[in-house]
Ligand binder design. Structure first.
Ligand code: GLY
Length: 357
């Protein structure tokens, strides 16, 4: 099965996202077709290289293998991609492929955006998290000692190919990290401005057994529904001037939790779920949402095995981190807050109030 989604950003940028369970032989053929008559560089995660390289006809010389983990999204590896592109003699009419999770996609996309002022690149996400979020929408970046995603660009890929067969070797924690981002879409659906109701909340509620069992057609549908919403958002607001902020639902606390634990304790999706638990409870207590909607959110999280955060962290430290976040502005901290069924709104709060929360 193959679902193809069209992304149109502005007048001149459009590309397709394929979501498929076709064979790796077919993926190999597609990569060859996209790079026919071109020089190519393939940036690939070390883990994906080890598990899957036998299915592809890549030459050793066109490969750059990057170790896995957020710490690899750094300046050194960025320069390696640039240097390798130069060594291979890539020009702006050539192409770079990013094969891996969000780290490989983000760093390769950023390198592509700056190499010769921009070279084509294709995202081939191999994790559920990257498939439903980072590979789509053009956010590319590297981390610096000053913070995450400090150096980056909005730079759209030439194409995104999501082959769900890669998910077979994800461990449970990584798969559930992707599910964390998927759940986010269920609660923001009506704020995304997509013309056709996706009923994602209902789909996730009724389909959870098939989703957790990785039933292929259900996974393809689930990714399609999430990406329809994400495409609707980024095509209206590519550079996060307004609407795109809805995609940050659950993320204000999530980034603070990831930072305070040095990206070692929680996966990104898990941290997003804790962020959503937190803001749902706050929204209920402040009267933004009814008890029944609050309860529905808890039920959905529980269905997927997520429980509220039990570990305690210093509210002073968390608030300090949130103040430094890119989403903060003019000394206020921005939260995306649920305000009734599947809708969210932006609420800016002074740090003192956040500490009390
Ligand atoms: N990950 C949120 C965004 O793409 O805007």
């Amino acid at each position: 099965m193959r679902q193809t989604l069209d992304v149109q950003i502005g007048k001149n940028c459009n590309y397709q996202i394929d979501i498929t369970d076709s064979t790796f032989a077919k993926l190999n053929q597609e990569i060859d077709e996209l790079s026919a008559d071109k020089n190519r560089l393939i940036v690939i995660s070390k883990k994906v290289h080890k598990l899957y390289i036998q299915y592809f006809n890549f030459k050793e010389s066109e490969l750059l293998i990057l170790p896995d983990g957020e710490s690899q999204k750094n300046l050194k590896n960025y320069l390696k991609i640039i240097e390798k592109s130069a060594e291979l003699g890539l020009t702006r009419s050539d192409i770079i492929f990013a094969v891996g999770g969000g780290v490989v996609g983000d760093i390769t996309g950023f390198a592509a955006s700056t190499y010769m002022r921009g070279i084509k690149f294709v995202q081939i996400p191999t994790t559920l998290l990257a498939a439903v979020d980072s590979s789509v929408g053009g956010k590319t970046a590297i981390d610096l000692p000053y913070g995450k995603n400090i150096l980056g660009a909005f730079y759209q890929p030439e194409k995104v190919i999501i082959n769900i067969n890669f998910f077979e070797t994800l461990d449970k924690k990584q798969f559930m990290s992707g599910i964390g981002e998927v759940l986010k879409y269920a609660f923001i659906e009506n704020s995304c401005g997509y013309r056709i109701p996706q009923f994602l909340f209902e789909f996730l509620t009724l389909g959870y057994e098939k989703i957790l069992a990785c039933e292929p057609l259900t996974l393809i549908r689930m990714i399609e529904y999430c990406l329809n919403l994400k495409i609707a958002v980024v095509s209206q607001d590519e550079k996060e001037g307004g609407l795109r902020k809805v995609l940050n639902f659950g993320h204000t606390l999530a980034h603070a939790l990831e930072t305070i634990t040095k990206y070692k304790k929680y996966t990104h999706g898990e941290a997003v779920v804790y962020g959503m638990f937190f803001i749902f409870e706050w929204a209920y207590k402040q009267g933004y949402i009814s008890y029944s909607y609050y309860r529905l959110s808890l039920d959905l999280f529980e269905k997927y095995g997520f429980k509220p955060l039990s570990q305690k962290y210093s509210s002073v430290e968390l608030t300090e981190i949130m103040k430094r976040d890119k989403k903060a502005s003019s000394r206020k901290i921005t939260f995306i807050v649920p305000n009734e069924k599947k809708e969210v709104c932006e609420v800016m709060l002074p740090p003192k109030k956040v500490r009390e929360m």
